[in-house]
Design a protein around this ligand. Structure first.
Ligand code: FE2
Length: 314
Protein backbone atom coordinates (compact mmCIF):
# COMPACT_ATOMS: atom_id res chain seq x y z
CA UNK A 1 0.00 0.00 0.00
CA UNK A 2 1.31 3.44 -0.98
CA UNK A 3 -0.15 6.78 0.13
CA UNK A 4 0.27 10.24 -1.33
CA UNK A 5 -0.22 13.06 1.23
CA UNK A 6 -0.67 16.78 0.72
CA UNK A 7 0.11 19.26 3.48
CA UNK A 8 -1.12 22.85 3.17
CA UNK A 9 -2.25 24.09 6.60
CA UNK A 10 -0.09 27.22 6.68
CA UNK A 11 3.22 28.36 5.12
CA UNK A 12 4.24 24.96 3.72
CA UNK A 13 2.95 23.18 0.65
CA UNK A 14 4.32 19.66 0.99
CA UNK A 15 3.84 16.35 -0.75
CA UNK A 16 4.87 13.01 0.70
CA UNK A 17 4.75 9.48 -0.69
CA UNK A 18 4.93 6.77 1.94
CA UNK A 19 4.53 3.01 2.25
CA UNK A 20 2.28 1.54 4.94
CA UNK A 21 5.36 0.25 6.82
CA UNK A 22 6.52 3.89 7.22
CA UNK A 23 9.14 3.84 4.45
CA UNK A 24 9.36 7.36 3.02
CA UNK A 25 9.62 7.37 -0.78
CA UNK A 26 9.43 11.13 -1.28
CA UNK A 27 9.13 14.23 0.92
CA UNK A 28 9.11 17.45 -1.11
CA UNK A 29 8.01 20.86 0.10
CA UNK A 30 8.19 24.60 -0.43
CA UNK A 31 7.71 27.05 2.38
CA UNK A 32 6.33 30.52 1.87
CA UNK A 33 8.66 32.92 3.62
CA UNK A 34 7.70 36.48 4.51
CA UNK A 35 7.45 38.61 7.63
CA UNK A 36 3.90 37.38 8.18
CA UNK A 37 1.37 34.93 6.77
CA UNK A 38 -1.17 36.74 4.60
CA UNK A 39 -3.90 34.19 3.70
CA UNK A 40 -4.35 35.47 0.14
CA UNK A 41 -0.58 35.29 -0.49
CA UNK A 42 -0.45 31.76 0.94
CA UNK A 43 -3.18 30.74 -1.48
CA UNK A 44 -1.23 32.20 -4.42
CA UNK A 45 2.03 30.59 -3.28
CA UNK A 46 0.53 27.11 -2.87
CA UNK A 47 -1.35 27.32 -6.19
CA UNK A 48 1.85 28.32 -8.00
CA UNK A 49 4.03 25.62 -6.43
CA UNK A 50 1.63 22.66 -6.21
CA UNK A 51 2.07 21.06 -9.65
CA UNK A 52 5.88 21.24 -9.56
CA UNK A 53 6.07 19.80 -6.04
CA UNK A 54 3.75 16.90 -6.89
CA UNK A 55 5.78 16.19 -10.05
CA UNK A 56 9.06 16.27 -8.12
CA UNK A 57 7.66 13.88 -5.48
CA UNK A 58 6.70 11.36 -8.16
CA UNK A 59 10.13 11.65 -9.81
CA UNK A 60 11.85 11.08 -6.42
CA UNK A 61 9.66 8.07 -5.65
CA UNK A 62 9.92 6.80 -9.24
CA UNK A 63 6.16 6.20 -9.30
CA UNK A 64 3.04 7.24 -11.26
CA UNK A 65 -0.45 8.23 -10.09
CA UNK A 66 -1.63 4.70 -10.93
CA UNK A 67 0.70 3.31 -8.22
CA UNK A 68 -1.01 5.29 -5.44
CA UNK A 69 -3.52 3.44 -3.21
CA UNK A 70 -4.83 6.39 -1.23
CA UNK A 71 -4.55 10.16 -1.25
CA UNK A 72 -4.72 12.12 2.00
CA UNK A 73 -4.71 15.83 2.71
CA UNK A 74 -4.66 18.12 5.76
CA UNK A 75 -8.27 18.82 6.70
CA UNK A 76 -7.35 21.11 9.63
CA UNK A 77 -6.50 22.90 11.79
CA UNK A 78 -5.05 25.62 9.62
CA UNK A 79 -5.57 28.76 7.58
CA UNK A 80 -8.62 28.36 5.32
CA UNK A 81 -7.04 29.90 2.22
CA UNK A 82 -4.07 27.53 2.52
CA UNK A 83 -6.07 24.40 3.41
CA UNK A 84 -8.36 24.79 0.44
CA UNK A 85 -5.47 24.44 -2.05
CA UNK A 86 -4.32 21.03 -0.76
CA UNK A 87 -7.91 19.79 -0.35
CA UNK A 88 -8.92 20.81 -3.88
CA UNK A 89 -5.88 19.19 -5.49
CA UNK A 90 -6.38 15.99 -3.45
CA UNK A 91 -10.04 15.82 -4.56
CA UNK A 92 -9.05 16.36 -8.18
CA UNK A 93 -6.45 13.56 -8.12
CA UNK A 94 -8.88 11.30 -6.27
CA UNK A 95 -11.59 11.81 -8.92
CA UNK A 96 -9.31 11.66 -11.94
CA UNK A 97 -7.46 8.47 -10.94
CA UNK A 98 -10.19 6.91 -8.80
CA UNK A 99 -8.02 6.87 -5.67
CA UNK A 100 -9.69 6.76 -2.20
CA UNK A 101 -9.62 10.19 -0.50
CA UNK A 102 -8.70 10.46 3.21
CA UNK A 103 -8.92 13.73 5.16
CA UNK A 104 -6.35 13.89 7.95
CA UNK A 105 -5.98 15.94 11.13
CA UNK A 106 -2.64 17.75 10.86
CA UNK A 107 -1.79 17.43 14.55
CA UNK A 108 -2.60 13.71 14.64
CA UNK A 109 -0.36 13.26 11.58
CA UNK A 110 2.59 14.84 13.47
CA UNK A 111 1.99 12.41 16.33
CA UNK A 112 1.60 9.27 14.19
CA UNK A 113 4.75 9.84 12.12
CA UNK A 114 6.68 10.84 15.27
CA UNK A 115 5.63 7.63 17.04
CA UNK A 116 6.57 5.55 14.02
CA UNK A 117 10.00 7.10 13.47
CA UNK A 118 11.01 7.10 17.16
CA UNK A 119 9.37 3.76 17.93
CA UNK A 120 7.40 5.20 20.82
CA UNK A 121 4.16 3.62 21.99
CA UNK A 122 2.03 5.71 24.34
CA UNK A 123 3.58 9.13 24.92
CA UNK A 124 2.63 12.48 26.33
CA UNK A 125 3.06 14.80 23.34
CA UNK A 126 4.26 18.38 23.26
CA UNK A 127 2.85 19.86 20.06
CA UNK A 128 4.53 23.22 19.57
CA UNK A 129 4.27 24.99 16.23
CA UNK A 130 3.39 28.44 14.92
CA UNK A 131 -0.27 28.58 15.82
CA UNK A 132 -0.62 25.41 17.91
CA UNK A 133 0.71 24.74 21.38
CA UNK A 134 -0.79 21.78 23.22
CA UNK A 135 0.12 19.02 25.66
CA UNK A 136 -1.64 15.86 24.46
CA UNK A 137 -2.09 12.28 25.64
CA UNK A 138 -4.07 9.21 24.53
CA UNK A 139 -6.66 8.12 27.09
CA UNK A 140 -9.87 6.08 26.85
CA UNK A 141 -9.61 5.54 23.08
CA UNK A 142 -9.00 9.12 22.04
CA UNK A 143 -6.40 11.85 22.15
CA UNK A 144 -7.02 14.36 24.96
CA UNK A 145 -5.64 17.86 25.24
CA UNK A 146 -4.32 18.12 28.81
CA UNK A 147 -3.11 21.68 28.44
CA UNK A 148 -2.90 24.34 25.76
CA UNK A 149 -2.15 27.97 25.05
CA UNK A 150 -4.85 30.39 26.10
CA UNK A 151 -3.77 32.97 23.54
CA UNK A 152 -1.09 32.75 20.84
CA UNK A 153 0.96 29.74 19.73
CA UNK A 154 4.57 29.56 20.90
CA UNK A 155 5.83 29.77 17.30
CA UNK A 156 3.84 32.97 16.79
CA UNK A 157 5.45 34.33 19.97
CA UNK A 158 8.94 33.61 18.61
CA UNK A 159 8.15 34.97 15.13
CA UNK A 160 6.53 38.18 16.41
CA UNK A 161 9.38 38.78 18.86
CA UNK A 162 11.92 37.99 16.13
CA UNK A 163 10.19 40.40 13.77
CA UNK A 164 10.52 43.20 16.36
CA UNK A 165 14.27 42.47 16.48
CA UNK A 166 14.59 42.38 12.67
CA UNK A 167 15.09 38.59 12.56
CA UNK A 168 13.50 37.01 9.54
CA UNK A 169 10.75 34.37 9.58
CA UNK A 170 10.89 31.73 10.94
CA UNK A 171 12.73 33.32 13.87
CA UNK A 172 13.11 30.17 16.03
CA UNK A 173 16.41 28.89 14.56
CA UNK A 174 18.19 32.27 14.88
CA UNK A 175 16.78 32.97 18.38
CA UNK A 176 17.84 29.49 19.51
CA UNK A 177 21.44 30.22 18.42
CA UNK A 178 21.55 33.59 20.21
CA UNK A 179 20.12 31.90 23.36
CA UNK A 180 23.56 30.41 24.10
CA UNK A 181 25.34 33.80 23.96
CA UNK A 182 23.43 35.30 26.90
CA UNK A 183 25.05 35.99 30.25
CA UNK A 184 22.11 37.03 32.47
CA UNK A 185 18.48 36.17 33.04
CA UNK A 186 16.07 39.11 32.83
CA UNK A 187 12.86 38.84 34.80
CA UNK A 188 9.87 38.29 32.47
CA UNK A 189 6.30 36.95 32.97
CA UNK A 190 5.86 33.21 33.40
CA UNK A 191 2.20 32.31 32.92
CA UNK A 192 0.97 28.82 33.73
CA UNK A 193 -2.68 28.53 34.80
CA UNK A 194 -3.49 24.99 35.91
CA UNK A 195 -2.55 22.93 32.85
CA UNK A 196 -2.79 25.83 30.40
CA UNK A 197 -0.31 28.56 29.58
CA UNK A 198 -0.29 31.98 27.93
CA UNK A 199 2.40 33.80 25.96
CA UNK A 200 1.06 37.27 25.16
CA UNK A 201 2.09 38.81 28.51
CA UNK A 202 5.60 37.45 28.01
CA UNK A 203 5.63 38.92 24.49
CA UNK A 204 4.47 42.38 25.59
CA UNK A 205 6.93 42.55 28.50
CA UNK A 206 9.83 41.49 26.25
CA UNK A 207 8.87 44.00 23.54
CA UNK A 208 8.86 46.76 26.15
CA UNK A 209 12.42 45.86 27.16
CA UNK A 210 13.94 45.95 23.64
CA UNK A 211 16.66 48.68 23.50
CA UNK A 212 16.64 48.90 27.32
CA UNK A 213 18.48 45.67 28.12
CA UNK A 214 21.07 43.44 26.48
CA UNK A 215 19.50 41.83 23.39
CA UNK A 216 21.06 38.40 23.91
CA UNK A 217 19.95 38.30 27.54
CA UNK A 218 16.41 39.28 26.52
CA UNK A 219 16.23 36.54 23.88
CA UNK A 220 17.55 33.96 26.33
CA UNK A 221 15.03 34.99 28.99
CA UNK A 222 12.02 34.94 26.65
CA UNK A 223 12.93 31.51 25.27
CA UNK A 224 13.78 30.20 28.72
CA UNK A 225 10.39 31.19 30.18
CA UNK A 226 8.36 30.00 27.18
CA UNK A 227 10.13 26.63 27.04
CA UNK A 228 9.96 26.21 30.83
CA UNK A 229 6.16 26.69 30.70
CA UNK A 230 5.89 23.83 28.19
CA UNK A 231 8.27 21.68 30.20
CA UNK A 232 6.39 22.28 33.45
CA UNK A 233 2.98 21.34 32.02
CA UNK A 234 4.41 18.34 30.15
CA UNK A 235 6.02 17.16 33.39
CA UNK A 236 2.71 17.45 35.23
CA UNK A 237 0.93 15.52 32.46
CA UNK A 238 3.58 12.79 32.68
CA UNK A 239 3.18 12.64 36.45
CA UNK A 240 -0.63 12.46 36.28
CA UNK A 241 -0.82 9.93 33.44
CA UNK A 242 2.16 7.83 34.59
CA UNK A 243 3.18 7.56 30.93
CA UNK A 244 6.87 6.85 30.40
CA UNK A 245 7.50 8.54 27.05
CA UNK A 246 7.54 12.17 25.92
CA UNK A 247 7.20 12.80 22.18
CA UNK A 248 7.77 16.21 20.62
CA UNK A 249 5.95 17.43 17.50
CA UNK A 250 5.87 20.71 15.59
CA UNK A 251 8.54 22.98 14.18
CA UNK A 252 9.32 24.79 17.45
CA UNK A 253 10.54 21.45 18.84
CA UNK A 254 13.55 21.64 16.48
CA UNK A 255 14.93 24.17 19.00
CA UNK A 256 18.01 22.81 20.80
CA UNK A 257 17.39 24.87 23.98
CA UNK A 258 13.90 23.35 24.25
CA UNK A 259 15.19 19.84 23.55
CA UNK A 260 17.90 20.24 26.21
CA UNK A 261 15.43 21.49 28.81
CA UNK A 262 13.11 18.55 28.11
CA UNK A 263 16.03 16.11 28.21
CA UNK A 264 16.97 17.35 31.68
CA UNK A 265 13.41 16.94 32.97
CA UNK A 266 13.06 13.50 31.34
CA UNK A 267 16.36 12.31 32.80
CA UNK A 268 15.23 13.25 36.32
CA UNK A 269 11.88 11.46 35.89
CA UNK A 270 13.30 8.46 33.94
CA UNK A 271 11.15 9.29 30.92
CA UNK A 272 12.15 8.34 27.38
CA UNK A 273 12.36 11.53 25.29
CA UNK A 274 11.38 10.82 21.66
CA UNK A 275 12.59 13.41 19.14
CA UNK A 276 11.79 12.69 15.47
CA UNK A 277 14.03 14.14 12.72
CA UNK A 278 13.58 17.85 11.93
CA UNK A 279 12.13 16.85 8.53
CA UNK A 280 8.92 15.66 10.18
CA UNK A 281 8.92 18.09 13.14
CA UNK A 282 8.28 20.86 10.63
CA UNK A 283 5.19 20.67 8.40
CA UNK A 284 5.50 18.07 5.65
CA UNK A 285 3.46 15.90 3.30
CA UNK A 286 5.03 12.66 4.53
CA UNK A 287 3.16 12.70 7.82
CA UNK A 288 -0.13 13.43 6.03
CA UNK A 289 0.44 10.49 3.69
CA UNK A 290 1.30 8.18 6.60
CA UNK A 291 -1.70 9.30 8.69
CA UNK A 292 -3.93 8.41 5.73
CA UNK A 293 -3.43 4.72 6.61
CA UNK A 294 -5.15 5.28 9.98
CA UNK A 295 -8.45 6.77 8.75
CA UNK A 296 -11.29 5.75 6.48
CA UNK A 297 -11.75 7.23 2.98
CA UNK A 298 -14.67 9.64 2.53
CA UNK A 299 -16.78 10.69 -0.46
CA UNK A 300 -15.88 14.09 -1.95
CA UNK A 301 -18.90 15.80 -0.37
CA UNK A 302 -17.67 14.81 3.13
CA UNK A 303 -14.14 16.14 2.55
CA UNK A 304 -14.68 19.76 3.64
CA UNK A 305 -11.74 21.53 5.23
CA UNK A 306 -12.03 22.24 8.97
CA UNK A 307 -9.78 25.20 9.86
CA UNK A 308 -10.59 24.95 13.57
CA UNK A 309 -10.53 21.15 13.90
CA UNK A 310 -9.07 19.90 17.22
CA UNK A 311 -7.42 16.57 17.85
CA UNK A 312 -9.81 15.81 20.73
CA UNK A 313 -12.79 16.00 18.32
CA UNK A 314 -11.66 13.17 16.06
FE1 FE2 B 1 2.48 21.40 12.11
Amino acid sequence: MIALGIESTAHTFGVGIVKKNGKILANVKETYKSMGLVPRELFDHHCKKAALIIKEAFIKANLKFEDIDLISFSQGPGIGNALIVGATIARLISLKYNIPLVPVNHCLAHILIGKKLTNCKDPIVIYASGANTQIIGYENKRYRIYGETLDIGIGNLLDMFGRALGIKFPAGPELSKIYYKAKNYIDLPYTVKGMDFAFSGLYTAAINKINRVNKEDLIFSLLHNAFAMLTEVAERALSHSEKKELLVAGGVCCSKPLQEMLAEMCKERKIRLCIPPNDVLVDNGTMIAYAGFFSKPVPIEKSKIKPKQRIDEI
